[in-house]
Design a protein around this ligand. Structure first.
Ligand SMILES: Cc1cc2nc3c(=O)[nH]c(=O)nc-3n(C[C@H](O)[C@H](O)[C@H](O)COP(=O)(O)OP(=O)(O)OC[C@H]3O[C@@H](n4cnc5c(N)ncnc54)[C@H](O)[C@@H]3O)c2cc1C
Length: 308
């Protein structure tokens, strides 16, 4: 159903932890606030069953329960939520327009919290075993692989950082890389090569992730010799890049070379009155807690901007 255009003080794009946290602050500050989410409110963390590193939950909490409680809290303070896709943003001298599949909304400030998507390998077993051995985040899930053999797919800084993070937990880490040299910085390479638990499988690509209830093997092909092999692993960490959800911004904000939005410590972007928070922000550590913190910072600064 289409909604007639309405003016808001603040429109928040994206209903993950960053956007919802911003909404708690803007709504509680009595600012007329709208959160626009294209899918299910909660964001990426809905893809994980158990979050063990968000403060206040010594036994852990499900991604669903955590974000639904956050959203209830924001709604209690008056945050409005619209399920629609943001298709564009127009910046005029003062007021800004957020175009959505359910109509246009004007805002005095915009908080972009649209997150990023992890690049997928696109091999059989990847979707089936996500959360059952397939992970895209060692900081999030590394502790579940204590004393187990795991694979890391990728050869850039992110992949090698993931492998080094996993040294604390896993018994052995096989880095599967499609080329014969890593793209990661020399310093990271040196650390990885000095670590006895890490070995690199060069010139190799994952063909299939196998398992029963959980992952137990990965089938790999050498791109030069074409020979296939099967490695026993309990986990596969896929680290082949991120795709920031910035398509709807089209040349409006300054982005870094990965496509993430550049923002300063106040979460201000290159356009006054537009803020970026969470995984969409350049150099984000891509965690729920950092997204929530960014959201609070942006909300407080957006409030000052509007009052300005
Ligand atoms: C499998 C998995 C496990 C994880 N485990 C942990 C963990 O244990 N601990 C931890 O701290 N972090 C974990 N993370 C990372 C965490 O989920 C993210 O850092 C966090 O969700 C980022 O929040 P965000 O609000 O910035 O973005 P997101 O959660 O990505 O939310 C962005 C939202 O914006 C919406 N959106 C995008 N484009 C548009 C548009 N054009 N219009 C409207 N809406 C749009 C998306 O649908 C999405 O709901 C995990 C991530 C994954 C994928």
């Amino acid at each position: 159903m289409s909604k007639s255009p309405k003016e808001y003080d603040i429109v928040i794009i994206g209903g993950g932890p960053g956007g919802i946290s911003a909404g708690i602050y803007t709504a509680r500050a009595r600012r007329d606030s709208l959160l626009v989410e294209r899918g299910v409110v909660g964001g990426q963390i809905l893809n994980t069953e158990w979050v063990e590193n968000y403060p206040g939950f010594p036994e852990g909490v499900s991604g669903f329960d955590l974000t639904q409680s956050m959203h209830q809290q924001a709604t209690k303070f008056g945050l409005e939520t619209l399920i629609a896709e943001v298709t564009g943003v127009r910046i005029a001298t003062k007021d800004k327009t957020v175009k959505t599949t359910q109509g246009d909304f004007t805002a005095r400030a915009i908080i972009v919290a649209s997150g990023s998507e992890r690049q997928k390998l696109g091999v059989p077993g990847e979707v089936e075993y996500t959360g059952k051995g397939v992970s895209y985040c060692a900081t999030c899930d590394g502790a579940f692989f204590r004393d187990k053999a795991v694979a890391v797919v990728g050869g850039g800084n992110a992949a090698i950082t993931e492998a080094l993070e996993l040294v604390k937990f896993a018994s052995q880490i096989t880095v599967i890389h499609r080329r014969d040299e890593l793209r990661a910085t020399k310093i990271l390479q040196e650390k990885a090569f000095a670590e006895p638990k890490i070995k690199v499988l060069w010139d190799s690509v994952v063909e299939e992730i196998l398992g029963e209830t959980f992952v137990n093997k990965v089938r790999v092909r050498n791109v030069k010799s074409k020979k296939e092999s099967v490695i026993d692993v309990a986990g596969v960490f896929i680290s082949i890049g991120f795709k920031p959800n910035t398509g709807f911004l089209k040349d409006i904000l300054a982005l870094d070379d990965t496509g993430a939005i550049i923002a300063n410590e106040k979460m201000e972007t290159s356009v006054p009155g537009v803020y970026a928070v969470g995984d969409i922000r350049s150099n984000s550590i891509r965690q729920v807690i950092s997204a929530a913190g960014d959201g609070a910072t942006a909300a407080v600064n957006a409030e000052k901007y509007i009052s300005g």
